[in-house]
Design a protein around this ligand. Structure first.
Ligand SMILES: [Fe+2]
Length: 512
């Protein structure tokens, strides 16, 4: 039984991986002047990277024109009686007809509506919100990762679309690169397009277009700004700076593929492009939260070691430049809470009871322990308090107290951070393999808790998302699970809630 569970977890950790209908949400009321079109704007609208005075707004036009002229409008008024800002831009095949506008001179902590107009047609209306400045009482963030089109409907995105939020943090694996039936539910009707592993610019663009036609994903983008980071599957499984487990020589030059994948990502995502072309960046949410988004794949990650030897100084996940930037961001932060957008599990995690032949996840921070422990030591020596890592990648829910480096957690209980893991939107849970039952997974969860006393909660059986409710006195982490991913719009319920009191770096169960 343990061996079966071992197979399940091993497969899961090795394989960390759309056409449907449109989303006709309510449109502006001045229909006399503007027709609506879900054909031209069939990939919806999106916003992202909000700051206190600006936000990216995004759409894509499906047109036969060589160059499309697109007007954009943003307003505090849902009826667009007056525009706060408006303008015009063009797009063409060189950008896959995507449109991205960085709208400046906005008011802080303000909800806006936005839309695009081309060929006399109006896009659906999107909603977005700028970040606050100064003292605020609350920040509410959705946290997601790992949406594989072939495993099910993106119902979790629907749940977040209907929630009151400041922003959605996406921790990566937004798309998966595989061809049909390579990593998915073979019995489920949704199959990847193009019908091959994506390697060319056209392939990556087609895959984003397919995913972006999912109703749930499109609604989530329409309702809230996203703050995003990529994980491996935005290029290829278990990717690093100079290669990937799922990139072979006959698929061409890896650096070319990486460049192509990044190009499509930037075209299709509402992300502000910075001068240095790095994706790691930070956001200030008033005086309450500094949000630091790390890139743990493409800028500084070395190839994972095949067999654990020792915590090698040479094997980095962030790399020196990003690590220095990260430490500086932590040091200069004056916010109450530091939320870290993190892709892979940061906490030490002993897997020996569930996979005795492979007790360390070498793709996670345990495989890069020298750099991880340098960060843990820094958090303690620099007295960085109220640090919460939010983590994707594993298709399961986690809550860790991150033990302080050098202190015996069992006897002292000393911590340097807290880590919250979000489940997958659809990608395979531990029980969704042919080799493990629910009961076996529950036994595995119990075994993990026993061998990791700093692990306070783990669930490898459910899909969904996390909502963080952050206030000056505490942060609440709430896990929401979908009843079913094979049926659209299935029920979503809150399954678990834990809080982190300010100044304590401890997880406390909240009873309903
Ligand atoms: Fe994943």
């Amino acid at each position: 039984m343990r061996y079966l569970f071992f197979l399940t977890i091993a497969t899961l950790l090795i394989l960390t991986g759309c056409s449907s209908a449109n989303v006709p949400l309510s449109n502006p009321t001045n229909k006399k002047a503007l027709d609506t079109s879900v054909t031209i704007f069939k990939h919806g609208v999106a916003s992202g990277d909000p700051m206190s005075d600006k936000v990216i707004i995004w759409t894509r036009v499906t047109t036969t024109q060589k160059i499309a002229t697109v007007k954009w409008q943003i307003s505090e008024d849902v009826n667009f009686k007056a525009f706060t800002m408006s303008g015009q831009t063009t797009t063409d095949a060189s950008k896959d007809f995507t449109v991205k506008v960085d709208v400046h001179k906005l008011k802080s902590n303000t909800k806006y509506h936005y839309r695009f107009v081309t060929e006399g047609k109006s896009s659906p209306v999107g909603k977005t919100k700028t970040l606050a400045e100064g003292a605020i009482d609350q920040v509410r963030l959705g946290v997601v990762s790992c949406s594989n089109y072939e495993f099910g409907y993106f119902n979790a995105y629907q749940g977040l679309a209907d929630s009151e939020l400041d922003a959605i943090l996406h921790l990566g694996d937004y798309i998966y690169e595989y061809g049909p039936n390579r990593y998915g539910d073979k019995a489920f009707s949704r199959k990847h397009l193009p019908a091959k592993e994506i390697t060319t610019i056209d392939d990556y663009r087609t895959r984003y277009a397919q995913y972006r036609e999912d109703k749930g994903l499109q609604r989530a983008h329409q309702q809230h700004p996203f703050i995003m980071i990529w994980d491996d599957h935005e290029i290829a499984n278990n990717a690093y700076k100079d290669g990937a487990q799922n990139h072979q020589d006959d698929e061409g030059d890896y650096q070319v593929r990486k460049k192509i994948a990044k190009q499509a990502y930037y075209e299709w995502q509402p992300i502000r492009e910075t001068g240095n072309k790095e994706l790691y960046r930070s956001f200030k949410l008033g005086n309450l939260v500094d949000l630091i988004m790390l890139d743990e794949r493409y800028t500084g990650r070395h190839e994972p070691t095949a067999a654990y030897d020792k915590a090698s100084e040479e094997r980095t996940m962030l790399g020196a430049a990003q690590l220095n930037w990260f430490k500086n961001e932590l040091k200069i932060s004056k916010a109450t809470w530091k939320i870290i957008g993190n892709q892979v599990i940061f906490s030490p995690c002993d897997l020996s009871m569930v996979r005795p032949d492979s007790p360390i996840n070498l793709d996670a921070w345990d495989g890069y322990a020298y750099e991880r422990d340098d960060i843990r030591a820094f958090l303690t020596s620099s007295k960085i308090d109220n640090t919460i890592l939010v983590t994707g990648d594993t298709h399961s829910s986690w809550a860790f107290e991150v033990p302080e480096l050098g202190a015996d957690y069992k006897t002292t209980g000393k911590t340097s951070a807290v880590e919250i893991g979000t489940p997958s939107i659809t990608s395979a849970n531990w029980n969704e393999s042919e080799t493990a039952s629910d009961e076996q997974v529950i036994m595995g969860e119990q075994a993990l808790r026993l061998s990791n006393p700093h692990l306070k909660f783990v669930n490898g059986r459910d899909h969904g998302y996390v909502i963080l409710d952050i206030s000056p006195s505490e942060t609440k982490a709430q896990w929401f699970y979908t009843a079913d991913i094979k049926t659209e719009m299935s029920k979503i319920t809150k399954a678990r809630e834990m809080k982190i009191p300010v100044g304590e770096l401890k997880l406390v169960d909240v009873e309903e």
